[in-house]
Design a protein around this ligand. Structure first.
Ligand code: MSP
Length: 476
């Protein structure tokens, strides 16, 4: 049986259109999935939407739509972006899905209850509807939300709580031993420092009036399950946990990797593992925590006028150009910057002049001089290349491919096969054959990052043809 690889993206709030940050996370997931497919693994890529929030209700009401109508139109937008970026996921789970998701959330709640980890208590806090989050006095500014600058609601209510504090030590041990691997190391240390300070129990439910479309707490219809035992559970409910058909769960759990942004690390590296431990389930193997995309060094925002819409970028430059930038120009371990100028420069240098130009040159020599397509022997040993992905060094993997592209450019410059073939046909043809073979291997390596371009190159090699138009047209 082949090795299995289960990867998850966060499930996004269906608050509106997806932005560059979402496109970024999804592209990373898609690249990693393709890499593991290329290694003949049995892959499963899960994504979805986080529907059970007060904000969704508010937006739907403002639009005069039912929640179902509203959600279905937003999700069409999600799908549109994913298909325009060639993102191939295996399942889209919605937390509003009563058949697929709810039984899993309820089953998990019941497990935590049987472990004696859920109890009822009074909850007091300052709540921001915009953030869907509670703030302490310390974090708020004059009782206002630090993000939205609106007055926070003082909330006092009876809630169910989860005994998160009980799991501090064991999670610390699992993370420091890398049994639960947190990548990069800086984020691992950050979460260990948080665990060192100790975890407090977390509120686990809300009164049903706040989120009437949420999942009712088993045995108490006055409360709905709060985000932790709802949204996080998607990673197993989608696989059938809590359902009659749980074949996917048996096959793919534990997850190979959860991909998350640095803003949601605490949920994934502390609360989620504690819930799994309480339920007697295996922990995910790793969590990749990526940084934030900024533009010109600032968070993208309408007021700064620096928002870059992924759809516009795709329309002007093509999907592979966007995937290229995400893969190579941003380290998955740090914040990364994206401006239209940087995008264009990098496109011209590495796609138009880089791979695009190389393909035209090699295929011109080949179609002019070789009478039939080159017989491709299986591509080079890819161990070094896959090694980068094993360590989640996606940008370094891309650098590696571009170093191979550079080698072929130098080879042409040094050996000048287009001249040699005129004086020594056999030697010239041998050089061109070598170039085409190496180009084919580059195309294979490119397939997770630039799937469309990779397929085009392979087609040209197999047909021994020059591209009619350059693969990437230079932009001025
Ligand atoms: N619904 C929660 C996640 C629950 S997962 C069980 C949520 N949703 S979200 O719609 O706000 O999307 C969050 C994801 O998008 C996070 O991983 C976050 O880091 C990522 N990004 C949001 N803005 C981003 C950037 N500017 N850059 C990169 N990623 C960004 O949180």
């Amino acid at each position: 049986m082949s090795k299995s690889f289960y990867i998850t993206s966060p499930i996004f709030y269906p608050n509106g259109n997806l932005h560059m940050g979402h496109a970024y996370t999804m592209t990373l997931c898609d690249i990693l999935t393709r890499v593991h497919k290329l290694q003949n693994e049995d892959t499963y890529f899960l994504t979805g939407s986080d529907d059970n929030t007060g904000k969704i209700l508010k937006i739907a009401e403002e639009k005069g739509e039912s929640i179902t109508e509203y959600l279905s139109s937003v999700k069409k937008g999600f799908e549109g972006l994913y298909s325009s970026l060639d993102i191939n996921y295996d399942q889209f789970i919605s937390t509003s899905d009563k058949d697929r998701h709810w039984p899993g959330a309820v089953a998990l709640w019941n497990r935590l209850l049987s472990s004696g980890d859920i109890y009822k208590s009074k909850y007091e806090g300052l709540y921001c509807v915009g953030c869907e989050a509670f703030y302490t006095e310390k974090d708020s500014v004059d009782s206002k939300c630090p993000v939205h600058l609106t007055l926070l609601d003082k909330i006092e209510e009876e809630n169910y709580f989860f005994k998160l504090s009980k799991y501090t030590e064991i999670i610390k041990q699992k993370i420091s031993s890398d049994e639960l691997l947190i990548v990069p190391n800086t984020r691992k240390n950050e979460i260990l420092a948080l665990l060192e300070r100790g975890l407090e129990d977390v509120s686990f439910s809300r009164p049903i009036k706040n989120v009437p479309h949420g999942i009712p707490v088993p045995g108490d219809e006055s409360q709905v399950i709060y985000v932790w035992c709802d949204a996080l559970v998607n990673y197993i409910s989608a696989l059938g946990f809590g359902n009659d058909h749980d074949e996917l769960f048996k096959k793919f759990w534990p997850a190979s990797v959860h991909i998350v942004g640095k803003d949601i690390i605490r949920f994934h590296a502390a609360i989620w593992p504690a819930m799994l431990l309480s339920a007697g389930l295996t922990l995910p193997k790793s969590i990749l925590v990526h940084g934030m995309i900024t533009s010109g060094g600032h968070k993208m925002s309408k007021s700064l006028g620096n928002v870059i819409d992924p759809v516009e970028l795709i329309n002007s430059y093509g999907k592979d150009a966007v995937r290229y930038y995400i893969a190579r120009e941003i380290s998955p371990f740090e914040d990364g910057d994206l401006t239209m100028d940087r995008f264009k420069d990098s496109y011209n240098a590495n796609l138009a002049n880089g791979i695009g130009n190389l393909v035209s040159r090699i295929m011109k020599m080949s179609s002019d001089n070789l009478t039939s397509p080159v017989d491709i022997v299986e591509f080079e040993d890819m161990e070094e290349y896959f090694g980068f992905y094993e360590r989640f060094e996606i940008d370094k993997a891309a650098d590696y491919v571009w170093s191979k592209i550079g080698e072929l450019d130098s080879y042409i410059q040094t050996n000048q096969p287009f001249k040699v073939v005129k004086t020594d046909k056999i030697a010239g043809e041998k050089m061109i054959t070598e170039l085409v073979t190496r180009l084919y291997s580059i195309a294979k390596m490119l397939s997770p990052i630039l799937p469309e371009t990779s397929a085009k190159i392979i087609e040209l090699v197999k047909a021994n043809k020059t591209p009619i138009t350059p693969l990437f047209i230079r932009k001025d």
